[in-house]
Design a protein around this ligand. Sequence first.
Ligand code: GLY
Length: 349
Amino acid sequence: MNWTRRGFLGRSLAGLVATIAAPRLTPAQSPSRPGARGAAVLCSRGETWGRKVNDPAWKILGGGGASLDAVIAGANIVELDPEDQSVGYGGLPNEEGVVQLDASVMSGKLKKSGAVGALERIKTPSKVARLVMERTDHVMLVGEGALRFARAHGLEEANLLTEKSRLAWLKWKENLSDKDDWLPPADGVYAEPARVTGTINVLAIDRAGDMAGCTTTSGLAWKISGRLGDSPIIGAGMYVDNEIGAAGATGRGEEVIKTCGSYAIVEAMGRGTPPEQACREALQRIVHWTRENPDFDVKYVALRRDGEAACVGLRGRKDKPPQCSIRTAAGFRVINGSYLYEIPGTAMR
Ligand code: GLY
């Protein structure tokens, strides 16, 4: 195919016009009418973490509580657990060995959102993001300002770098180059530590039909200090529209930001596209912007307001599909998602 720049721009413009012109279904026309399946909480992880996150969230939703309280309660579980090295306390640090956390929250009921980026020394960035949403006239605070804001609200400070994460960082640092002065121990044989972008999304609808979402992460391991991924960017790492549904992203944030992933999914659902197809189309856009069969991963999860859920990854294996989990009045269920490209059993970047 001969992709001239003029031709590409023409096609892009045509696509954009078609998208804008595509009618957005009214809530009454939508196949996803509220409350069709009652309250639900979706977590972007499978069995183990899914249960840990969905249980406290469901306790709130099942008792008639608010979706916003539920998603924060679920996110806090992973943020406070030092065993998870991709979110909150115990997350892998940046290239300087400093843990910097990103998080966003969004309330469909309030039509408001809040976010923090590169936040240090606070274990629960989702709580600070909620405070930004509810107690400021801003949407996002970052770095030192975000920390001062958290302090002003009395959040406890802590060293977020656990011994396990410090040692992982030191291994990376000492094996980075043979042109610097950091040397691995003479008797130590280091396996190259994986460079992860973990992250967790929690999306919920409550009995009143109100939706909320939260995404929280320590971001890309060994990142440049101050790097923000997609998680704190509203519309990229997470998006909620009370009349349609919610979506969230995990994986390589840079590609999600460039393609406004979560917003694109929610808008597609608003035009009547089923959640799984909406996630696939958002991933196809990343492929279009990068390359076929990319060597990084992105996973999208979506929860339509009638409770229909989906989970689709760029990459996966038949024996290890992308997963998410959902808790409703009917119980807890792991969803084995679909993916665009089959990969051999290698670690993902
Ligand atoms: N998706 C998490 C990040 O890229 O930081």
